[in-house]
Design a protein around this ligand. Structure first.
Ligand code: GLA
Length: 709
């Protein structure tokens, strides 16, 4: 008989204690004597009694009565750290003071309700767990409960939650940093005994910092050890503040908006913050990544079961110089190479000859597409491909009909000089009229041109932010993002076949909020295969390969001038959602044939890449790779890359920790069979050719006939 499983979420009203269970973790909290939820425990499964018994009581009269970290810190009481909730009332008083008003448990959701003891402010701290994931989703709902004549409450900060780790003697912080064409570089340093702030003040997620972090006690490896990590589902400005105190306590609080922004909560209003998702993993950095991938595929991405198509994109081939005949020529060659989706990039609209004009005027440029886009779309369809179109709907060039008609639509402060980035301004999509125009424009474009796919770009950040005439101008930072989300959601609902790629000058808007409504994202404008290895490895720390678009482009690479063989470029791009972005008209017959062969091979391994379980591989001398395992262990694909040979070293066998010890596997190319134990312990001989830019795609099949996991 099955033993009954404990409920995933429980709340004991008497003790004021809550417990959340996921398959490999437990999270505990309790309502403190002052009515504020306090952290209990987050980590490996323990039972509630043990957790509560082990509660520390390091009280001292200097620090006040309850030193336990808050689940969302407020500004009253003896709290001097980062406040996750900062409010100011009309009489000048700052900070909430809670009375606990009850908890609700429904399915996997726990809601803790607090009301202010004096002012009409209420807050719900919400937690959600799912039976198949160790990710805990958290958010906050803050409301003004007063009557219509009560004054507004100014909210200066409302994080989605604070996370606290068990005390350890040391901690290390891993996060993703970068810049344009250099996104998602893993940074792993000792966590300072200080406040460390990860943030974007750009109005977009940013290339510079990605809203994800991981913490470990300095002892985790790729394959083992405890890792606590978190990711924020928000595509605008954000902030995560990590605090490590000299006593070993580590807490981080995170949410939308950067410092110094505020909004006014008006009577009757309720504001819900984005999800801040946390994950405890007992299986090292690799285990944490696999848990994120699985969560994102199962619960975040739309259509996770679908193969992401092999696409062709014209940007690096033709730049702004697009026209019907040229695109058709590329489309024919793309179709012959096995491409399934042809994407017409920038340059097709308005007066767009370069980046100085045309953004905002989303009608085909007459001299380039005299018959409109439909003939191209029809021909692309006839060639057996889907038709995709690049748009940058949130932006406008001052040299455009849209700007001339509506200069008031851009984000601007009338008294300030407006900074131009890439010669463009940002539309204030928070404005209902702008949002309505944007939805109608995109809806028409998709409808009239049989568009199957939009590449949705956003190539500048917010500067001189203001919202003239609006009573609460910082709402811009929230409403812009929310309306973009809503428009994407509406387009998808009205055009169920439409697929969308998120883009932001490459990977400047990659986060769980975007991934909940786009099928994939453009990883980076850097398509140099060698640079891409690092960018993709960082991306894969949290986001899955199915969402990571990777193109094979020309050699020498237009950005880095590096010359890289075609096979190596393919092998790197095949680790994600494969695309081609080269000038196919200049590829030789031999190159086109090789490309077609590699695209065909990609289609064979695609289910493993896009829906498999990923294990990162790291060898000496800059050798690295990735191993994708079928969830049922039946098939495996290993991609390895070594851009530079050093000292004539022969790479040692690579240990494949994603295989089962007790299984037998056959290598497809040689027919050799190996035990899983051998490949895990001694490793697989990679057989990399000598020289620079050595790469291999190795396939293994399980052959012992045993029912797999
Ligand atoms: C951004 C994108 C590129 C391309 C250009 C077009 O930089 O990331 O892929 O679409 O814009 O202007």
């Amino acid at each position: 008989m099955d033993t009954p499983q404990p409920a995933p979420v429980s709340f004991d009203a008497e003790g004021g204690e809550a417990l959340l269970r996921t398959p490999n973790s437990v999270y505990a909290l309790r309502i403190g004597t002052d009515g504020s939820p306090r952290h209990g425990y987050w980590g490996t499964p323990l039972d509630l009694a043990e957790i509560l018994e082990s509660r520390s009581s390091a009280e001292n009269s200097f620090e006040g009565s309850d030193p336990t970290p808050d689940e969302l810190a407020i500004e009253t009481g003896s709290r001097f750290g980062v406040a996750g909730l900062r409010v100011r009332f009309a009489d000048g008083v700052r900070g909430a003071q809670w009375r606990f008003a009850g908890a609700e448990v429904e399915g996997g959701v726990l809601r803790l309700r607090m009301v202010d003891r004096v002012y009409p402010l209420a807050l719900e701290l919400v937690y959600r767990v799912r039976p198949d994931s160790d990710v805990i989703e958290r958010w906050v709902e803050v409301s003004h409960t007063g009557g219509a004549d009560e004054p507004a409450i100014v909210v200066e900060r409302c994080d989605s939650g604070a996370w606290t780790l068990p005390k350890r003697s040391d901690y290390r912080l891993s996060h993703l940093v970068g810049g344009w064409a250099a996104e998602t570089q893993v940074q792993r340093d000792r966590l300072a005994v200080a406040e460390t702030v990860l943030t974007s003040r750009r109005g977009l997620t940013s290339h510079q910092a990605n809203p994800w972090l991981a913490l470990d006690a300095g002892d985790a490896t790729e394959d083992s050890g405890e890792v606590w990590s978190a990711a924020l589902a928000w595509s605008g400005s954000w902030r995560i503040a990590v605090n490590r105190d000299p006593g070993g306590q580590v807490t981080f609080s995170g949410g939308f908006g950067h410092e110094a922004l505020s909004f006014r909560l008006t009577p009757g209003e309720r504001m819900r913050t984005p999800v801040f998702a946390g994950l405890y993993s007992p299986d090292g950095f690799g285990g944490a990544s696999r848990a994120w991938h699985e969560y994102i595929r199962t619960h975040v991405l739309p259509h996770p079961e679908e193969d992401r198509p092999v696409l062709y994109n014209s940007w690096e081939a033709t730049g702004f110089d697009v026209d019907e005949a040229g695109q058709l020529e590329l489309a024919r060659l793309a179709a012959q190479s096995g491409v399934e989706l042809f994407v017409l990039d920038d340059g097709w609209f308005g007066a767009r000859r370069d980046d100085r004009a045309g953004l905002g005027d989303w009608t085909p440029r007459a001299e380039a597409f005299p018959r409109g886009l439909r003939p191209l779309a029809d021909e692309v369809h006839r060639l057996g491909m889907r038709f995709g179109l690049w748009v940058e709907p949130e932006m406008v060039n001052p040299d455009s009909d849209l700007y001339r008609a509506h200069p008031e639509w851009v984000v601007h402060a009338p008294t300030r000089k407006a900074t131009e980035l890439r010669n463009q301004q940002m539309l204030n999509v928070g404005r209902p009229d702008v949002a309505e125009w944007m939805h109608a424009t995109l809806d028409r474009l998709v409808r009239e041109n049989a568009v199957d796919f939009l590449k949705w770009d956003a190539n500048r950040m917010v500067t001189e932010a203001a919202w003239p005439g609006h009573p609460d101008p910082d709402r811009l930072w929230i409403d812009h993002v929310r309306n973009v989300y809503e428009i994407i959601d509406r387009l998808r609902a009205d055009h169920p076949g439409l697929r969308i790629e998120g883009c932001c000058g490459g990977g400047g808007r990659v986060d769980l909020g975007m991934l909940a409504r786009v099928d994939q994202v453009w990883t980076s404008d850097n398509t140099d295969a060698t640079d891409r290895i690092g960018i993709q490895a960082g991306f894969g720390q949290v986001y899955p390969a199915a969402a990571m678009v990777a193109w094979v482009t020309d050699s020498p690479n237009p950005l880095t001038s590096r010359e890289v063989p075609l096979r190596f470029r393919f092998h790197v791009a095949m680790a994600g959602a494969l695309g081609i972005g080269g000038k196919l008209t200049e590829w030789s017959e031999k190159e086109l044939a090789e490309a077609a062969e590699l695209v065909a091979e990609y289609k064979e391994i695609r289910p493993l890449v896009q829906r498999g379980i990923a294990y990162r591989l790291q060898g000496p001398d800059a050798m690295s790779g990735v191993h994708y395992a079928a969830p049922d262990d039946s098939e495996h694909v290993i991609l390895v890359w070594r851009p530079t040979i050093r000292f004539g070293h022969w790479p040692p066998p690579t240990r494949l920790m994603g295989l089962r010890e007790d299984a037998t596997y056959q290598e497809a190319s040689s027919g050799a069979t190996y035990s899983g134990r051998l490949l895990r312990e001694r490793g697989l001989e990679l057989g990399l050719p000598a020289g620079d830019y050595a790469s291999r795609l190795i396939r293994l099949r399980r052959v012992d006939g045993v029912e797999s996991r």
